[in-house]
Design a protein around this ligand. Structure first.
Ligand SMILES: [Ca+2]
Length: 493
């Protein structure tokens, strides 16, 4: 794959006979679409429905863990049956659609289609190239093959694991009975049980590929999953605990709020003195509590799961009550223009009543894709949205968790002081750290190996020559003279 802002290669299909009429009534079938500024991700899409603006689409996306799809060749496979379409990358199933997924619209895909291959530059989806885009770019295709359908083997298993996690199963579906399999796992991982059909793996600290080399009398095929071994989530920033000054500021609320309520039932989960108390307004279907905030500088870390929101809750609402968090841009999100300005939503349900529980708020969706990851400045909490209930919610210890970080407040301050440019880079990379002196700078490749190091820098600014590094994603670990450490990612092209 090529790489860079505004580059948009695709492998797709259009209807040959247009049995149901013009686009999109007769369908469009996108086997592979990829945006050059997101080199880890590929998309498989069906277009259908009525003429624009009432056209519709359903998409599944695949994120290759730890390694850009611009590195090396990958197999993009569409398995197409009557009333069933599946998308694979390297033998990994990431998307499947059936007529029931089209919201009652006609399924136009049981007809003849033909291939199109192209690489667009610019356009509505990726936006235009900018000063960082390097030309020429190459979209290289080794082969296009059409097979009569025999259900092909594919690999199933987790793309993300925790470092040290044990017993993770990887297995092959549709394995031919006469096949043998040779398995390989990332460095530091061990296979604890193994057969031709499946393995169980205990991971070390390294990310890498789980591969199955499947051999039959007809030949050999490699199925693989790039697996990211992540550090454990740990508290990074406390946004509000009501006993000490908070890092978020309440702007408004529909219900009645108290920010110095006595703890209604101290327990091992929360034995602090004070907490927030919120009496939901029964007259408001969408009761909202609004905070302004400045501690989320890259909201994509929350949609990816690299960071998570945690909160302690104590409520008289029934078990199973919904709590919804929205990250927003206050300049564009107005009361009456949902989903505009709503970057992302996170939702949890309660599992206890009248006692404290610690809740992680998992990512739900991204209502407005156009909100930049760096523009979130508002947090909305909706207790029991879409209801007319009037329960009381005590909450406390509202925290951001990050992976493998224990001194998060310091790291966050340091993080905001760092500037890296240009990103992506081709030849050299300049680091400036406003207000700190750097001591060491270490560059790690996508699988965690140290590839470049500069020590004893003793300066706010340093330039590294990176022209000799292969293209890909790297992490830069910056250590200051006062022993603060943080890590930043960058892309080498
Ligand atoms: Ca507290």
């Amino acid at each position: 794959m090529p790489v860079g802002q505004g580059i948009w290669p695709a492998f797709w299909m259009l209807p040959t006979d247009r049995v149901y009429g013009d686009w999109p009534r007769s369908g469009e079938l996108d086997i592979m679409e990829y945006l050059g500024h997101e080199p880890f991700t590929t998309h498989g899409t069906l277009h259908f429905g009525d003429p624009w603006p009432n056209n519709a689409s359903v998409t599944g996306s695949f994120v290759n863990q730890g390694k850009g799809l611009n590195e090396g060749f990958h197999d993009y496979v569409l398995e197409w049956k009557e009333n069933s379409i599946k998308w694979f990358v390297d033998g990994y199933l990431y998307n499947e659609k059936k007529p029931s997924d089209l919201s009652g619209k006609n399924w136009p895909f049981n007809q003849r289609f033909h291939f199109l291959l192209n690489m667009a530059v610019g356009g509505g989806w990726p936006g235009n190239p900018d000063g960082s885009t390097v030309f020429p770019q190459n979209y290289q295709i080794d082969y296009i093959r059409v097979y009569d359908l025999v259900d092909q083997p594919y690999i199933v298993g987790a793309q993300k694991v925790n470092q040290g996690e044990a017993g993770k199963e990887y297995k092959i579906e549709n394995l031919p009975t006469n096949a043998t399999t040779a398995w390989t796992v990332p460095e530091g991982a061990t296979i604890t049980t193994s057969s031709d059909k499946s393995i169980r793996v205990t991971f070390g600290t390294s990310s890498g590929a789980v591969k199955a080399l499947v051999t039959t009398p007809c030949g050999t095929t490699t199925l693989e999953i790039a697996v990211k071994a992540e550090g454990a989530l740990a508290p990074s920033i406390t946004l509000e605990d009501f006993d000490t000054p908070g890092k978020i500021t309440r702007k408004s609320s529909t219900g009645v709020f108290s920010d110095n309520a006595p703890n209604p039932g101290k327990s091992s989960i929360n034995d602090s003195d004070l907490c927030g108390k919120y009496a939901r307004s029964s007259g408001d279907q969408y009761d909202v509590l609004v905070y302004t905030m400045s501690d989320i500088t890259d909201a994509s870390q929350f949609t990816s799961g690299e960071k998570k929101l945690y909160v302690d809750i104590h409520t008289n609402a029934p078990i199973g009550s919904t709590i919804l968090f929205q990250l927003e841009n206050s300049n564009t999100a107005l009361a009456n223009n949902y989903p505009t300005g709503r970057h992302s939503r996170y939702q949890a349900t309660t599992k206890k009543q009248n006692e404290w529980e610690r809740i992680v708020i998992p990512y739900l969706d991204r209502p407005d894709q156009s909100v930049p990851n760096g523009s979130v400045n508002q947090l909305i909490i909706l207790f029991a949205p879409n209801s007319f209930t009037n329960h009381t919610y005590y909450f406390d210890n509202f925290q951001i968790y990050a992976r493998g970080v224990s001194t998060g407040v310091i790291e966050d301050k340091l993080n905001r002081a760092i500037n890296i440019h240009p990103v992506p880079t081709q030849d050299e990379l300049t680091f400036t750290v406003d207000g700190y002196k750097m001591n060491n700078l270490e560059i790690f490749n996508a699988i965690g190996n140290l590839v470049l190091k500069k020590g004893n820098i003793q300066s706010e600014r340093v330039t590294l020559q990176v022209g000799d590094l292969p293209a890909g994603q790297y992490s830069a670990r910056i250590t200051t003279t006062n022993q603060l450490t943080t890590t930043r990612k960058f892309l080498k092209i």
